[in-house]
Every structure is written in structure tokens, then in C-alpha cells.
Ligand binder design. Structure first.
Ligand SMILES: NC(=O)c1ccc[n+]([C@@H]2O[C@H](COP(=O)([O-])OP(=O)(O)OC[C@H]3O[C@@H](n4cnc5c(N)ncnc54)[C@H](O)[C@@H]3O)[C@@H](O)[C@H]2O)c1
Ligand SMILES: CC(=O)N[C@@H]1[C@@H](OP(=O)(O)OP(=O)(O)OC[C@H]2O[C@@H](n3ccc(=O)[nH]c3=O)[C@H](O)[C@@H]2O)O[C@H](CO)[C@@H](O)[C@@H]1O
Length: 423
């Protein structure tokens, strides 16, 4: 098996197949990454992953290659980002992987695309590139789409336990891909007759979650207008057997939920609720800004500690981070030029998990020191344990605290004279 792309999805996938006895060759275009992996350095921080990769490398079933090799199975796990302006999917990595597979493709091989893509990508974009090999999809090689659904923070477990959906260009392709996953997956393998259905299903899953979070966010802002606690109302509403509202927060981050819904618009102009949901979720940082401003009177010249740059709790991934979006929003909000000179806000960022050297992070003490306002953006366990003693009691009084995840012990803070605003 040759696995193309050794990131959050490809590396665990390659290691899991190798650990189950397949002979796996991992290929990534990133030379530095290949060298690190070959030396046993695992760059994706996930429970159990390092062990799994080491077992596969030490056992000799996983090797890292600097070229694409002929293989019975090619699994493609390359990135599919999007253009922020146009919201179009960037399929350049999928195309490049297709071209390099076409060079080594042989009669009877199976090619499976796992990357998240707009509907019809497998048949209309990826397939034709593979056919430049001279072999026909369906007739001479098997082609299928099988989306990955692993949850960051629990990738290894979900890789082995989640159900899989497999859609091939014909029944033989579906069977070939399904039998591969059947070997390692405890969940059910659901077969469908077309790659486009499987592509669509993946986008439905992430769109459902994004829209449901948007509903929770909108309800939270409405609840505040009525002076009721959004979390209590959602918990009570969810006692109904057919209601399952998600949790409000500072917006939706990561590189799946904020991106994938747009892929549904690649060949359809009917996105309406889905677009509104995106706008509501993106707008939550302005709502956090409003709460800070309401507490402080004015944001001008204020120091705001933003706690949490990772897109969600207990992971170190800052992609499409609500924390960074809040920092940008606060700065833009106070830099906007009017007739009056403005005094920009000072933002101090902290995150115990993020290791990205391009982000200017401070220690917790330094971020909180003399802060006028504190926004808790990520639900890291460390923040849940914060107490009033961790906040610097300035002569000007305690900071305005906006706990956008409602993780602090609010009563304890209130008793200590630190009113906490939640979403
Ligand atoms: N991360 C997740 O939780 C998750 C879950 C489900 C689906 N997905 C989807 O899976 C795909 C991969 O996501 P990821 O998070 O693993 O991305 P990633 O950025 O972590 O890893 C992708 C890797 O592919 C490599 N690459 C780029 N072009 C290549 C090529 N032509 N050939 C070989 N390697 C190449 C990159 O160098 C990188 O190391 C995306 O479509 C993503 O939307 C991600
Ligand atoms: C359908 C689904 O489950 N898909 C998962 C998703 O993984 P993810 O890590 O991106 O997903 P989440 O954990 O939902 O986080 C996203 C953001 O939403 C915020 N959020 C969440 C719940 C809530 O009630 N309120 C919130 O505000 C949260 O803080 C964070 O910013 O996409 C992966 C790639 O396709 C999938 O593989 C994986 O199955």
C-alpha cells in the first residue's frame, strides 16, 4: 500500500494499516517531514499515535519513501484547503497526487481518495488525471472515495472504530476498497454505488455540525437578551428525545467545519441556511468583543488576555482559530480610523498546547498581568481549573472576564468579586 500525505489523517492511517500487517510505504511531498518521520519523530500530537508509528517503523511494515511507489492500493490523504476570498476548494494537492500515481499505476490496482472534496471530484477531477496512465477507471483499475471522519484529539481510536462509507466507480471498486477497510475497522463499512454520494455524505456530516453550532450560538445571543442562561436552556431542551442542540462558543475553528460546508457550493448556488450559519459562527468573535466592551466601557487602550489559540480544547492545532480571530477583531475594532485618534487594544495571547513558533504567545502570568479584560476562548482543562487567585488584582479592580465556553466556576468568581460573563 502507498499512502500519499502523512499529516493528521495519512500518518495514523499508514501506521494503522502497517500495524495490522500490511506492507505500507508512506510518501509525503514535504522533505523535512519525511526525514523526521524516518527518524521516528512524530509531528502529529495524538494519544497513542507515537507508539503506533514506532511499532510500524520498528516492525519494518511502514517505510517512509521519497518517491511514489507502485502499489496494489494507493490511499490519498493530501490537504484540500480553500480560497478564503472565493471559498473555492484548492484541489492542487489532489491533482498532484493523481499525476504521481498515474506514473506508477498498474492494471488491477485500487486507488482510494480520502481527502475531503467537493462532490464529483473523484469522477470528474481525480479519475481523469489517473487515466492519463492509459488505464481506464473501472475497467483496468479500481477507483473509490472513502471519507475520513476522525475527530482531532481522538484520532487513533476513531480511525479504528468509526463506521466508514465507501463509494466506488463500480461495484468491484467499492468491494476492493471496502475489503481493505474491513481489515482494520471495527465500525461498519457502508457501501454506496457512487463516489459522489460518499463525497456528499462527508460534507453533510460537517455541515450538520456547523449549522447546529450556529443555532446554539444564535440561541445564546437571544437567551442573553431575555436574561436566561443559554447552557441551562439547551441542557433542558435536550431532554426531549428529538432535540440535540450543541454548545455555543466563540465560533467554529479547525480546518474542517469552517471550510467543508463551502464545498457544497462548488456546483450549486443553493447554499442559504448553510451560508448564514457560517456567518453566525464567524460573527461570534464580535459578540465576545461586545461583551468585553460592555464590561469595560471602552476597549480603547485596554489590555485583553486571550486564553486559547487552539481551535478547541486539549489540542494544539491553531488552524482557523477563534482565539486568533478574536485578537484580530479586537485590534481592527480599535484601529478603525474615524475623526478621533484611536488607541488600539493590547492583546496578550496564551495557550498551553500550541507550539506554532509563528504565533506570539506569552506565559499565563504575563498574559494576565495587568489585564483589563480576559477572554477564555478555548476549553482547555487548564483553564477550567483557573481560580480568582490566578487573576492579577489590579488597583483598578478585577478584570472583566468573558468565559465564552462557560468552563469557569462562576460562583467562585462572583464571590471573589469577579463577575464572569458567559455565552
Ligand atoms: N485532520 C482531520 O481531522 C481530518 C479529518 C477528516 C478529513 N480530513 C481531510 O483529510 C485531508 C488531509 O487532512 P490532514 O489534516 O491530514 O492534512 P495535513 O495538512 O495534516 O497533511 C497533509 C499532508 O499531505 C502532504 N502533501 C501535500 N501534497 C501532497 C502530494 N501531492 N503527495 C503527497 N503528500 C502531499 C503535506 O505535505 C502534508 O504533510 C484533507 O482533505 C482534510 O480535509 C482531515
Ligand atoms: C461531524 C463531525 O463531528 N466532524 C468532526 C470535525 O472535527 P473537529 O475537531 O473540527 O470538530 P469539533 O470538535 O466539532 O470542533 C469544531 C469547532 O466547533 C466548535 N464547537 C463544537 C461543538 C460545539 O458544541 N460547539 C462548538 O463551538 C469547537 O470548539 C471547534 O472550534 O471535523 C473533522 C474533519 O472533517 C471530522 O473528521 C470530525 O469527525
Amino acid at each position: 500500500m502507498c499512502v500519499h500525505g502523512l499529516g493528521y489523517v495519512g500518518l495514523p492511517t499508514a501506521a494503522a494499516f502497517a500495524a495490522s500487517g500490511h506492507e505500507v510505504v508512506g510518501y509525503d511531498v514535504d522533505e523535512t517531514l519525511r526525514a523526521q518521520l524516518a527518524a521516528g519523530e512524530v509531528h502529529v500530537d495524538e494519544p497513542e499515535l507515537e507508539d503506533l508509528v514506532h511499532r510500524a517503523l520498528d516492525g519494518g511494515t511502514l517505510t517512509i519513501s521519497d518517491e511514489v511507489v507502485p502499489a496494489d492500493f494507493h490511499l490519498v490523504c493530501v490537504p484540500t484547503p480553500f480560497d478564503e476570498e472565493t471559498t473555492d476548494a484548492d484541489l492542487s494537492a489532489v491533482r498532484a497526487a493523481g499525476t504521481s500515481i498515474a506514473d506508477v499505476l498498474e492494471h488491477g490496482d485500487t486507488v482510494v481518495l480520502e481527502s475531503t472534496v467537493p462532490p464529483r471530484t473523484t469522477t470528474d477531477v481525480f479519475g481523469p488525471i489517473l487515466e492519463e496512465s492509459g488505464l481506464g477507471a473501472g475497467e483496468e483499475f479500481h477507483l473509490a472515495y472513502a471519507p475520513e471522519t476522525v475527530l482531532p484529539g481522538n484520532v487513533v481510536t476513531e480511525l479504528l472504530e468509526n463506521d466508514r462509507i465507501v463509494g466506488g466507480v463500480d461495484a468491484d471498486a467499492t468491494d476492493a476498497a471496502a475489503s481493505l477497510y474491513d481489515g482494520i475497522v471495527d465500525g461498519e463499512i457502508h457501501r454506496t454505488h457512487s463516489p459522489t454520494v460518499a463525497e456528499f455524505v462527508k460534507l453533510v456530516q460537517n455541515t450538520y455540525r456547523d449549522v447546529n453550532v450556529a443555532l446554539a450560538n444564535e440561541l445564546a445571543t437571544i437567551a442573553a437578551d431575555y436574561g436566561v442562561d443559554s447552557r441551562e436552556t439547551i441542557a433542558l431542551a435536550n431532554n426531549h428525545p428529538r432535540v440535540d442542540v450543541l454548545q455555543p462558543g466563540p465560533g467554529v475553528g479547525g480546518h474542517c467545519l469552517p471550510i467543508d460546508p463551502w464545498f457544497l457550493g462548488a456546483d450549486s448556488d443553493r447554499l442559504d441556511l448553510i451560508e448564514r450559519a457560517r456567518a453566525i459562527n464567524e460573527g461570534m468573535v464580535a459578540y465576545v468583543g461586545d461583551l468585553l466592551e460592555a464590561g469595560l466601557g471602552s476597549l480603547e487602550g485596554a489590555k485583553i488576555a486571550v486564553l486559547g489559540v487552539a481551535y478547541k480544547g486539549n489540542v494544539g492545532d491553531p488552524r482557523k482559530s477563534p482565539g486568533l480571530a478574536l485578537a484580530r477583531h479586537l485590534q481592527e475594532r480599535t484601529e478603525t480610523t474615524g475623526s478621533e485618534p484611536r488607541s488600539p487594544v493590547e492583546v496578550a495571547l496564551h495557550d498551553p498546547y500550541v507550539t506554532d513558533q509563528t504565533i506570539d504567545l506569552e506565559s499565563l502570568e504575563s498574559a494576565l498581568d495587568a489585564a483589563d479584560g480576559v477572554a477564555i476562548v478555548t476549553d482547555h482543562d487548564e483553564y477550567e481549573r483557573l481560580t480568582p487567585a490566578d487573576f492579577d488584582d489590579e488597583p483598578s479592580g478585577p478584570p472583566v472576564v468573558v468565559d465564552s465556553r462557560a468552563i469557569l466556576d462562576t460562583d467562585r468568581f462572583e464571590d471573589a468579586g469577579y463577575p464572569v460573563r458567559t455565552i
